[in-house]
Ligand binder design. Sequence first.
Ligand code: GLA
Length: 704
Amino acid sequence: MPISVHEGLFEIQTRQTSYVFGVNEQGILQHLYWGKTIAAQECAYRLRSRSHSSFDAQVEREYEEYSFWGGVGYVEPTLKVRFSDHVRDLKMVYEGYRIVTDNGVEELILTLKDAHYDLLVHLHYKVIAEWDMIERYAEAVNAGKTAIVIENMQSAAWAVPYLPQYRMTHVTGRWSGEYQLRDTVLSEGKKTIESRRGFTGPHANPWFAIDDGTATETAGNVWFGALGWSGNWKIVAEKSSFNHVRVTGGINDFDSEWLLQPGETFTAPVFVGGYTPSGFGEMSRSFHRYQREYVLPGAATRKVLYNSWEATTFDVNVKEQIELAQKAAKMGVERFVVDDGWFGKRDSDRAGLGDWYVNPQKFPEGLGALIEKVKELGMDFGIWVEPESVNPDSELYRQHPEWVYHFPTRTGSQLRNQLLLNIAKPEVKQFIIGFMTELLSSHPISFIKWDMNRTITEPGLHGFPAGQQKEIWIRHVQSLYEIWAELREKFPHVEFETCAGGGARIDFGMLRFADQAWPSDNTDAFDRLSIQEGFSYVYSPQVMMCWVTDSPNGMNGRKLPLSFRFHSAMTGSLGIGGNLKEWSEEEIEEAGGHIQRYKEIRHLVQKGRQYRLASLRKSPQAAVQYVSDDRTESIVFAFLHAQNFGGRLPDLKLDGLAEHKIYDIEGIGDEVLQLHGSTLMNAGLPLPLRGDFDSVLISLKARE
Ligand code: GLA
C-alpha cells in the first residue's frame, strides 16, 4: 500500500522512501519528512505550530505542503488569487482526501476549501513507487458565482529535510551551449531558475537537485524534481532564516494571470519529485526509467536517421536529396529526413515560413518523387516543420497580419526574421492542424521534426478581452499541446521530434507528446560530450538525438576523427547529419561499420541503465557506460581530450555489473580480456587512449 493515512498523518511510501505530512492544529498541511523509509506514524510528534516571535508567528508555514498566500505566510507562495471583491487572501481549510488507483498506480488527492469563498483546491500525489518518485500537481476549482483571478499558481512545493548545507544542482546554457551543469550552495534568500521567453528555453531547464554538498555520482542523498511545462516556468529554491529549504515550481507568475470563471477548473502542470540515497547517477537512472514508463508516448526503438540540414541548408532540391539518400541508405540509415527549405519561397531564413506548400522549383513533381525513392532505398521518410512561426515575407502573413502576437502601437521584434503566430486564436490553431493533416495524409511521412526558432515578444493577445491579455503565456502552451495531441491521435504511425533552435524546448511536458528531442544545434562531437552529460542528468539517452557531422566542424572548425564523432553520437540515439557527398568511399564504408555496430548495441544505449563514469568537468577524460537490466551485457564509451606530459590514464572503474560474474571484454587491444565484475568495478579497466581526441567503444558480455 503506497499510500496510508493515520489520524491526520499522510504517508506515501515508495520502494525506498517515505514522504510524510499531516494536518496540524491550525488546519495547515505541514510537511514532516521526506527521505529513507521510516515508521511514519511516529512523525505525529513533529506536527506542531511553532511561533518564534510576533514577526515569525507561524514558522511551520515555512514547510507547508502547498503555500496559500494569505494570513501569516511569507515564503514563496504556490497559490495567490484575487477574488471579485478585491480580497487577496486565502484561508484554505482541509476538507478531506481520496485515494484513486489507475492501472495499479495509486494517487492521493487532498481537497481544501477557502473558509469564506467557494474556491476549492485539489492537491494530487501520484506515486511512482518503483522509481521513488511522486508526481504532484494542483487544481483550482471555482465553485462560486463570480470570477477569480489566479495571480500565481505553482504545481507543488518540495520541502527538503534539514541539512547542514544545501547545494543546488541545475543547468544553464544558450543556443549551441545548452545543458551546462552548475551547482551552488544556497544561502538565505532565493535561487530562481526560470524562463520568461515563452518556451522552456536553452538558458535553463526545469529541474533541480539538492544535496548537502557531498553527494557524488555513486553515493549520497539527493532530492530532485522536474517540471513538465514548455512555456514560461519558474523553479525557486528558498532558504529561510530558520534554515528551512523548499523548492517550489510551476508556471511562471511573471506577467501572468488566469481568469477562472464560475464552474471552471485550472490545472497546473505536473512537477515530479524524488529522492535517492545513492547519488546523482541513481537520480538520473530513476528519471530515465520514469520517463520511459510514465511520460513518453511510445517505447519504440529509435531509428538511425539522416538529416540533410547541415549538408544543404535551404538549398534543397529533389536531385541532391536523392543523392544524399542513396549514400545514407548505403551506410545503413533507416530514416531520411528533409529539413528546412522544402516549402514556399524558402531560400533563406528571410522568407517563406508559414507557406506550407511544396516548393515547385525544388520539387517539380511534389515530394512524392523523393519519398518514393527513399522508400525504395529501404528507409522511411521524415520532414521538418516550424508551424508556430511566420516570416513577414510570406503569403500567410500578407493575408493575416493580425494572426501574430503583437501590440497595436509597436512594431513586432523580428528574431531570425520571423514573428510568432497567436496559436491561442482558434482559426490559427485550425490552420496549423489543417496543413499538418493535409501534409501527413497526402504523403507517406513517418516522422516530423517540429521546430520553433524564436521567443515570444510583444505578447499582445489580439481578440482576447483586456482582463485575459496576460493569459498568453499559458494559452500558447495549452494550444500547442492540444495541436500535438490531435495530430498524434490522427496519425499514430508518425513519430515526432521536439526541437527549438536546438534544445530550447525539452521538458517532461513536451516529452508527453514527443518521441525524441534535439538537444543542440552544436554538433561538434567534443562539445556534445558536455552537452549530453548535462542532458543525461534528467533526460534519457533514448530521446537524445545525436548526429555525426562533418570535420572540420562548421561551427568551430574542430577536426575530429570519424570514430570519435561516431562514438560521441552513439551514446544517444544515432543520426547522421554530414554532407555525405563530400565523404570519401572509405568514410562511407567506415560509417557503415559504426552504424552496424550501433544497431547491435542500441538496446543497451536506449533501454539500458546509464552510468556516467568520468566527466570532462573533472578530468581530460569522459566515459559513459550502459548496462542491461540483467547485468549480463554492457558497453563503455571512453573519450580522451588530450594526453599531457606522457601521463598514463587512471584505470576506469566500471559500475552496475554483477560482482561475481566473469565478463568477456572486447575493444581493448586484439585479445578478449576476461575479468570479474568486482575487479572491473573496484580495480578498473585499462584504457587504450592516447594523444588528442581519442575514443574507444568497449563491450562486455557475461560468461554463462
Ligand atoms: C533550427 C534547428 C536546426 C535546423 C534549422 C533549420 O536551428 O535546430 O536543426 O532545423 O532550424 O532552419
